[in-house]
Design a protein around this ligand. Structure first.
Ligand code: AKB
Length: 320
C-alpha cells in the first residue's frame, strides 16, 4: 500500500488516460499532492483548477530534475507516448520520445529515490506471429509498429531496472481504451471512441477498420481501477515485472455499431479501411489475463453493452 501523503507526478496528464487518472489520484492523495505535467496546459477545467500543473517535456532531463527536487515525488506515473498510428508517420521521433522518455523517468526515479513508478505498455507488443486468441502472458512477440517495438523494449527495460537496481516499476498491457471525458490521439483503437460521438451527433460513422476486425478493448473506469489496484498492491504480489496482460472485452466495429443501435436505431456505419487495418490485423483479438487475476485480483466490471449505455448517457450530458 502507498502512503496517502505521498507526492505523485503524472507525466502526460492531459492525455486520454492521464486526465482521468490524475483526477482519481487527487481524490486518493489530495489535490495539492498530485502534480499534473504535460507539454501543453490542460484544457479540462477540473484538471486545470483542482491542483498543480507543470509544463514538462519528458525529453528535458533538467526540467525533470528541477521538478523532482521541488516536489520530492514518491510515485511517478509516466504516460507520455506516441501511439501506434501516429508513430508510423514519424518512426524515429516516436522511438526517441517513447524510449528516451522512459529512460529519463527510470533514471530520475533511481537518482531521486522515487518509491514506485508506473509505465503503460500495450497489446501492441504482440505481432503477426503471436497467437491471436486468448493471447498468453508469455508468448511470441514480433511487433511491427514502432510503437509496439518501443513498448516491447520498454517492458524489457522496466524488468531490467527492477532486477538490477530494485526499482519498483509496474506496468499493464492496455487494450484499446474508451472513455467519454477525453479523446484519444493517434491510436488504432480510437474508432471505438469516435463512433459514440458521431452516433450522438446523428452522423453516419465511417470506420477506418473493416466490419469484422476484433480487438481487445476496455472502458476507462476499468482501466483506472486496474492501474490503481496494481499500483497499490503489495510489492511481493507483483510477480510479473515486464508488464501484465489485461483484458475486459473484445468486439468488432459491426458489434459496437449494433450495441449503439439498441439506443439509437437510426445510427449508420460504413467501412473504409486504411493503413490502420494492417496494424489491427497484427494484434491479438482476445487476451488471457489470468496472471493479473491471480496476482492482484483483477476483474473488469464493464462489457460492451454496459459500456455503451454509460458512454451514451454521459456523452449526452456533456454535449448539452
Ligand atoms: C493504440 O491504438 O495505439 C493504443 C493501444 C492499443 O495501445 N490505443
Amino acid at each position: 500500500m502507498a502512503n496517502t501523503s505521498d507526492t505523485v507526478l503524472v507525466i502526460g496528464a492531459c492525455g486520454q488516460l492521464g486526465s482521468e487518472l490524475t483526477m482519481e489520484l487527487r481524490k486518493m492523495y489530495g489535490d495539492a499532492n498530485v502534480v499534473a505535467a504535460d507539454v501543453t496546459a490542460p484544457k479540462q477545467a477540473d484538471l486545470r483548477d483542482s491542483g498543480p500543473f507543470e509544463k514538462v517535456d519528458v525529453l528535458d532531463t533538467n526540467v525533470l530534475a528541477g521538478l523532482a527536487s521541488k516536489y520530492k515525488f514518491k510515485q511517478i506515473y509516466h504516460l507520455a507516448a506516441v501511439l501506434s498510428a501516429t508513430g508510423e508517420k514519424n518512426p524515429k521521433f516516436a522511438w526517441k520520445l517513447n524510449m528516451d522518455g522512459l529512460f529519463n523517468v527510470l533514471d530520475l526515479a533511481l537518482e531521486q529515490k522515487v518509491e514506485r513508478v508506473y509505465w503503460p505498455s500495450s497489446i501492441a507488443v504482440f505481432g503477426p506471429s503471436t497467437p491471436r486468441q486468448n493471447t498468453p502472458q508469455q508468448t511470441v512477440m514480433d511487433p511491427n509498429t514502432v510503437y509496439g517495438i518501443s513498448k516491447q523494449a520498454g517492458e524489457r527495460w522496466c524488468e531490467y531496472y527492477f532486477q538490477k537496481y530494485g526499482l519498483d516499476v509496474r506496468s499493464l498491457r492496455y487494450p484499446g481504451l474508451i472513455g467519454y471525458k477525453a479523446l484519444p490521439g493517434g491510436g488504432t483503437t480510437d474508432y471505438a471512441v469516435d463512433i459514440y460521438h458521431k452516433a450522438l451527433e446523428g452522423e453516419t460513422f465511417e470506420c477506418f477498420l473493416s466490419e469484422n476486425t476484433y480487438l481487445p478493448m476496455m472502458y476507462m473506469p476499468d482501466a483506472l481501477k486496474a492501474t490503481l489496484d496494481l499500483m497499490h498492491a503489495p510489492a511481493a504480489s507483483i510477480k510479473v515485472r515486464d508488464s501484465y496482460n489485461l483484458s475486459a472485452m473484445s468486439f468488432s466495429p459491426k458489434e459496437i455499431a449494433a450495441s449503439i443501435k439498441k439506443h439509437i436505431p437510426e445510427f449508420e456505419i460504413t467501412y473504409k479501411p486504411d493503413s490502420r487495418q494492417k496494424i489491427a490485423d497484427s494484434w491479438p483479438q482476445s487476451i488471457d489475463d489470468s496472471a493479473a487475476q491471480q496476482d492482484w485480483g483483477w476483474k473488469p466490471a464493464f462489457d460492451l453493452d454496459a459500456m455503451t449505455e454509460d458512454m451514451l448517457v454521459n456523452l449526452k450530458k456533456m454535449k448539452q
